[in-house]
Design a protein around this ligand. Structure first.
Ligand code: NDP
Length: 285
């Protein structure tokens, strides 16, 4: 048995739900195959009521780690032994890593976004407008602020979540953050460098949905990024492209958070191109 194989053979096939066609599973397993890594990434559906037992199970089975998604990203923290630096600031965990005999919570969502943003623009010294104030927005806001963005405007429908994120950014990062309530057609100011949709608007099946945003305010020298991974070509991406903006789809974030997670678990930096190609195949683009 290869040394890296980290599932006990007796557990093979014990998961109730097969992972077929889960994009994240397909993406990670494509990287494992490409690099000849004898690891497995499986999808299990765990509700909040079973979260403690599931984490104890992962511990007992010596898993090197796991990802967790909504609604478990905050709740999982009380079952862990510690948090990485940005997970502590963000207050949410999407990636758990075994270090020694401890399970440590990390947040790779924001790191993944930042990596894909840095491929087209250095956020240091830049002005950012971000729609949304949920989990993805918190993770992105913190990482972009820590990477040196000078000003971040949070535009959100609900005031309390928006103000909470602005307070977090002002208290815990060097960036200056302000809130604008999103209750009409929003116009992006000319001086803005990066526009980010971190809401769930446009996510399958609501693929026709559009942000209430003045498209005329999107200028060709702006970078427009969308977190929506499915479908990757959202209306925002298409509209921004038509205005001449540089665009970043949600697959970049998904791939890069995957690369970081795999690095944490295996120590290997995998090829993002292979992961993206598998996702594009799945999404038919
Ligand atoms: P949350 O539920 O925590 O937050 C959702 C956000 O979207 C809130 O700010 C909410 O506003 C806003 N929103 C939702 N619907 C509307 C609407 N109709 N009009 C205005 N605002 C709206 O979700 P997450 O932050 O966890 O996820 C957001 C998106 O990010 C999801 O689509 C998810 O798929 C994507 N994502 C992508 C990743 C990637 O790797 N590409 C990784 C993680 C997430 P309000 O506060 O007013 O409710």
């Amino acid at each position: 048995m290869p040394e890296e194989l980290n599932f006990l053979p007796s557990l093979t096939g014990s998961f109730a739900k097969p992972a077929a066609e889960n994009p994240t599973v397909e993406m990670v397993e494509a990287a494992y195959r490409h690099h000849g890594l004898h690891w497995r990434y499986v999808n299990t559906e765990v509700g909040p009521e079973d979260l403690g037992a599931a984490v104890a199970g992962a511990r007992a089975m010596n898993w090197v780690g796991f990802n967790c998604s909504l609604p478990n990203k905050v709740e999982v923290i009380r079952h862990l032994d510690g948090l990485g630096e940005s997970a502590k600031v963000i207050g949410a965990v999407n990636c758990v890593v075994r270090r020694g005999d401890q399970l440590i919570g990390e947040n790779t969502d924001g790191k993944g976004f930042l990596k894909s943003l840095e491929e087209v623009i250095d956020p240091a010294g830049k002005q950012v407008v971000m729609f949304g104030a949920g989990g993805a927005a918190r993770a992105i806001g913190v990482e972009v602020a820590l990477a040196g963005a000078t000003h971040i405007t949070i535009v959100n429908r609900s005031e309390n979540r928006g103000l909470e994120l602005v307070a977090l950014l002002n208290d815990k990062t060097p960036a200056e953050a302000t809130f604008e309530k999103w209750d009409g057609v929003y116009s992006v100011a000319d001086a803005v460098d990066v526009v980010i949709n971190a809401t769930s608007i446009g996510l399958y099946p609501d693929i026709d949905a559009r942000l209430t945003l003045s498209l005329d305010s999107l200028l060709a020298d702006m970078v427009v990024a969308d977190v929506i991974p499915n479908p990757p070509r959202t209306n925002l991406i298409k509209d921004a492209e038509a205005r001449g903006c540089k665009v970043l789809d949600g697959l970049g974030m998904l791939v890069n958070q995957g690369i970081t997670g795999i690095e944490y678990w295996t120590g290997v930096t995998v090829d993002g191109g292979v992961m993206r190609a598998r996702l594009e195949e799945l999404f038919g683009i």
